[in-house]
Design a protein around this ligand. Structure first.
Ligand code: PNW
Length: 448
């Protein structure tokens, strides 16, 4: 009999958690690690709202055994983490730093020993600063550096890493990092940042090729997708939404799966696309990773604005402590439409991130009562279960995040974890949602 208290996912469905190097590791200058653009950015006054940095973060670099033990306690069977490029190549090119490789070697072995299949992201935003000094992702030669880096990782870890993801959320990298500058490297280039998007796409393809050449069995992606809702049925709002949808969702999805850019964007990219690029980007993918948080409501911007679209508040839904609307139905709907649109071009889907920020800490009894996170996870997993019943092939759910961590420009003010971190003592306290996730996993008919 199935346990109706919990969402029921099909046998073999994979449950996991997700993190990223700069957000949890700390050890910013240890064992030969070079500086990344996030070290530079976080140390620039005014960039991070609480003035914090990832210098120590969760100190996962030294406490990974404790963190892996937590995963074992959760009963997950997968863990998504990212590898810090400047730990492996301190200046982004040349010989690998043995101590950097050794750290991930130890981590991967301890994951496997604890029943956690590793899912490794090569780039979760910590570009070696030396590469940024040469133009970063605006410079096409960064693609070659990335392919070299992918080959190093593939050769060392392809025998033990189950799933590979070249680049986390290329849309956020290009828009937040190079168009509006809220993220490192903090460039405000608006539409002139678009070459970054194309270079990230080609880098994804080149890394997939290098990883497979080194024996990687499963290569996918982790693209952030947000359903786009027009602010009104006014033609200007609908048009602005269509353009922003193409830039946020289509710009990466379409070249990866179909080998072409959305029609509306093609004229903007003409000068940066070189012969063969689109074929390089369209590598067969073993899974399609979706990072889902919320839908966005878009309207037309005033005539004199820098961008033709603007964000409007999405009304009528509860929000997380971060102010993000909670709309699990939009995930179900988006998955169903995604499948209907792409059919045979679509590999199995993995939810590579999904989660929420609630910022409560331990109460007088030491309990972190985050019922809202339980409700969030429950509702999103039920949405996925329904999408699967309607024929969408979703194979796993890696919640963001295992533990509270450095939330980019928000510093330590937004807590996404199943585990609470006290940033003064670095004490880890599993929240109520941690126990719920463990119970939910244990209540599955048969899980992988
Ligand atoms: C993702 N947006 O970031 C990242 O992959 C994580 O590192 C991060 O901690 C998590 O989601 C929570 O924020 C995003 O502007 C950053 O829509 C920005 C956006 C979405 C996701």
């Amino acid at each position: 009999m199935s346990d109706q208290r919990f969402p029921q996912l099909p046998p073999g469905f994979r449950f996991g958690t997700s993190t990223a190097s700069y957000q949890i590791e700390g050890a910013a200058t240890e064992d030969g690690k070079g500086p990344s653009i996030w070290d530079t950015f976080a140390h620039t006054p005014g960039k991070i709202i609480d003035g914090s940095t990832g210098d120590v973060a969760c100190d996962h670099y030294h406490r990974h055994d404790e963190d892996v033990a937590l995963m074992k306690q959760l009963g997950t069977r997968g863990y998504r983490f990212s590898i810090s490029w400047p730990r492996i190549q301190p200046t982004g090119s040349g010989a690998a730093n043995a101590k950097g490789l050794d750290f991930y070697d130890r981590l991967i072995d301890s994951l496997l020993a604890s029943g956690q299949q590793p899912m490794a992201t090569l780039y979760h935003w910590d570009l070696p600063q030396a590469l940024e000094d040469d133009g970063g992702w605006l410079n096409r030669s960064t693609i070659d550096r990335f392919a070299d880096y992918a080959a190093i990782l593939g050769e060392r870890f392809a025998d033990r890493v189950e799933h590979w993801i070249p680049i986390n959320e290329p849309n956020v990298v290009s828009m937040m990092g190079y168009s509006i500058g809220f993220h490192a490297p903090g460039k405000v280039l608006m539409f002139d940042g678009l070459p970054v998007a194309h270079h990230l796409n080609v880098a994804h393809g080149r890394a997939a090729i290098a990883l497979r050449a080194a024996g990687a069995a499963s290569v996918g992606c982790a693209n952030n997708h947000a359903p786009m809702w027009p602010a009104s049925d006014d033609a200007a709002d609908v048009g602005a939404t269509k353009l922003f949808d193409a830039m946020w969702n289509g710009m990466f999805l379409e070249p990866m799966l179909l080998g072409r850019y959305p029609v509306d964007l093609q004229p903007l990219l003409e000068d940066v696309i070189k012969d063969g690029d689109l074929a390089t980007i369209r590598q067969p993918l073993d899974f399609y990773g979706v990072n889902y948080y919320n839908p966005m409501r878009i309207g037309a911007a005033p005539e004199d604005a820098e961008m033709p679209f603007e964000f409007r508040e999405l009304l009528g839904y509860p929000t997380t402590d971060f102010g993000w609307p909670i709309v699990p139905d939009a995930l179900r709907e988006w998955l169903i439409m995604f499948r209907a649109r792409f059919r045979a071009a679509l590999p199995p889907i993995m939810i590579t991130e999904s989660g929420c920020a609630y910022n409560m800490g331990p109460d007088a009894n030491g309990v972190v009562d985050d019922q809202q996170r339980i409700d969030y996870l429950d509702a999103h997993l039920r949405a996925i279960a329904t999408a699967i019943e309607r024929g969408v092939d979703v194979r796993g759910y890696y919640t963001w995040s295992l533990m509270d961590n450095f939330e980019w420009s928000e510093g330590f003010t937004q807590r996404f974890g199943l585990v609470h971190i006290d940033y003064d003592t670095l004490v880890r306290t599993p929240k109520r949602s941690f126990q719920w996730y463990a119970d939910m996993i244990a209540a599955q008919p048969a899980h992988d």
